[in-house]
Design a protein around this ligand. Structure first.
Ligand code: ADE
Length: 422
C-alpha cells in the first residue's frame, strides 16, 4: 500500500479512504471507546509527548485517538516496513498527531522514521518489537532521562527488553503488555490464529482442506494457527524445540515432527517461533513443488530468505500480491509470502479490530499506570497486573452483552481460607 505521510511527505489523496477504514475499525472497538470517554474526562496524559512505533493500521489509529483524548501528542512510526496501511495519511491530518510511515520503506527510511518519532523527546513510548526502545538506548541516550516509561506489544519485543534489563541497560520501566492473559489469549491465539491464515488465503487463495500444514512453534500464536488450520480441514504437523509445548501439541492431537521430517510433507509452512533459521536450505531442498512458505513471527528471520534466494535459479516476483515464486534448479517452485515478513499484517490487515480493542485497552491502561504510579515504577520489565486483565476482560464481556456469575460471600470466604479440607 503506497502510503507516504508525515515529515517524509504526505499523500492527502489517501486520507479519505483511510478515515473510512478507521471508522469501520472503531465500530468493533467499543472498549477503547469507553476508555476514550474516560480519558477525555480525566486527561491522564495531558501535555505528554508519546512516541509510538506500531503497525500503522486502522486499529492503531483508534488507539492514537484515545491517547489524544487523554491529552497526549502522538508521534507515530511504523513497526514493520511493509505493514503500513492507507490510514497513515488520515492520521497525519489529525491535530496533535505526526506520522512517519511508508509501506515498502527501506531499512534506512524505516529507522529515519523512528528517529523522527523520537525527535518529539517523548515522555512515554509505545513499541511493537523493540526497535524504538533499542534505538532510543543505542542512538538517542540524551532522551532517556525524559522517558517516564514504555509499553511493549509483542513477545519478541518483551524478550529483547528482558535481555536489556538483565544486562542492566534498560533505563526506564516498560510494561510487557503482551504478557497479559487477555492478550495471550485474544491477540496471540485468536488474533494471530485467524489473521495469519487470512493473510495466507488472501495471498494464495489456496484450499486448506486436505492440505498438510506445518506450523513451527506451539506457543499461543502457533497454537491458534494450528487450531484454525485444523478447523479448515488441514492435516496439521507441529514442530517445536520446547518439550512441554511439543507434548501439549501431541495431547491436542497434532502430529509432532522435527522440521527435517516435516519439510518433505508440508504443502503450507507457517513459522511462529520468535526465533531464527527455522526453515533453512536443508529443509527447502526437500520440499514439495508448490510449497507455500509464510512467517507469522514479528521479524523476518524465521525463514532463511537469503538461503532461498541462493538456491533459486529464477525468481518470479509478485506472481500474486504478496507472493514471490522461487524456482529451484530441479524445477520445483517454492512460494514465499510477504518476503518472509509477518504475513498477517503484510498480506492481510493484521488482527481484527475486536482483538486489538482489548490489546490496546491493556496498553492504554498501562500508559496511565506508568505516568501516575507513586512512587514511579523502577526501570525494568513490569507485568500487567491481574486487575488490569480482569478490567479489560470485564469491559469486553459487558460490551458483548455476556453476563457472568459473581462469587457469593460464602464462596469468597471458602477460597480465601486454608481451613477447609475433606
Ligand atoms: N498487530 C497485529 N495486528 C494488528 C493490528 N490490526 N493493528 C496494529 N497492530 C497489530
Amino acid at each position: 500500500m503506497p502510503t507516504v505521510s508525515g515529515p517524509d511527505g504526505a499523500d492527502p489523496g489517501l486520507a479519505a479512504a483511510g478515515q473510512a477504514r478507521i471508522g469501520w475499525a472503531e465500530r468493533t472497538m467499543p472498549v477503547l471507546g469507553l476508555i476514550r470517554e474516560s480519558f477525555a474526562a480525566s486527561r491522564p496524559l495531558d501535555g505528554l509527548a508519546v512516541a509510538a512505533c506500531l503497525h500503522v493500521t486502522a486499529e492503531t489509529a483508534v488507539l492514537v485517538n484515545v491517547l489524544r483524548a487523554g491529552g497526549a501528542r502522538v508521534h507515530l512510526a511504523a513497526s514493520n516496513p511493509l505493514s503500513t496501511q492507507d490510514v497513515a495519511a488520515a492520521l497525519a491530518s489529525w491535530p496533535g498527531v505526526t506520522v512517519s510511515a511508508r509501506s515498502g520503506a527501506a531499512r534506512e527510511t524505516y529507522y529515519r522514521h523512528i528517529h523522527q518519532a523520537l525527535d518529539s523527546a517523548p515522555a512515554l513510548v509505545f513499541d511493537d518489537g523493540g526497535d524504538l526502545v533499542n534505538t532510543l538506548h543505542e542512538e538517542r541516550p540524551e532522551l532517556l532521562a525524559g522517558v517516564a516509561g514504555g509499553v511493549e506489544s509483542t513477545t519478541t519485543g518483551v524478550a529483547r527488553l528482558r535481555r536489556m534489563a538483565a544486562a542492566g541497560t534498560l533505563a526506564f520501566p516498560v510494561v510487557a503488555a503482551n504478557g497479559a492473559a487477555t492478550r495471550r489469549m485474544l491477540d496471540n491465539r485468536y488474533g494471530t490464529g485467524q489473521s495469519a491464515l487470512d493473510g495466507i488465503l488472501r495471498a494464495t487463495n489456496t484450499l486448506l482442506a486436505g492440505k498438510t500444514v506445518v506450523v513451527a512453534g506451539y506457543g499461543p500464536a502457533g497454537t491458534g494457527i494450528a487450531e484454525r488450520a485444523r478447523g479448515f480441514g488441514a492435516q496439521v504437523v507441529v514442530t517445536e524445540t520446547d518439550p512441554v509445548r511439543a507434548l501439549d501439541a501431541v495431547m491436542a492431537g497434532f502430529r509432532v515432527l522435527p522440521m527435517a521430517g516435516a519439510a518433505p510433507l508440508g504443502e503450507v509452512f507457517i513459522t511462529a517461533t520468535g526465533s531464527r533459521d527455522v526453515i533453512t536450505p536443508v529443509h527447502l531442498e526437500v520440499m514439495r513443488d508448490g510449497a507455500i512458505l509464510a512467517n507469522a513471527g514479528h521479524f523476518d528471520v524465521e525463514i532463511d530468505v537469503r538461503g532461498l534466494e541462493k538456491l533459486a535459479v529464477t525468481v518470479n516476483p509478485q506472481i500474486r500480491p504478496s507472493a514471490d515464486e522461487y524456482v529451484l534448479a530441479d524445477g520445483r517452485r517454492l512460494i514465499l509470502l510477504a518476503e518472509g515478513r509477518v504475513v498477517n499484517l503484510v498480506a492481510g490487515e493484521g488482527h481484527p479490530a475486536a482483538v486489538m480493542d482489548v490489546s490496546f485497552t491493556v496498553g492504554a491502561l498501562s500508559a496511565v499506570r506508568l505516568t501516575s504510579a507513586r512512587p514511579p515504577l523502577p526501570p525494568g520489565v513490569h507485568e500487567v497486573p491481574a486487575e488490569t486483565d480482569a478490567q479489560a476482560a470485564g469491559l469486553m464481556l459487558a460490551c458483548m452483552g455476556t453476563r457472568i456469575d459473581e462469587l457469593t460471600p460464602g464462596q469468597q470466604e471458602y477460597l480465601d481460607s486454608w481451613r477447609y479440607g475433606s
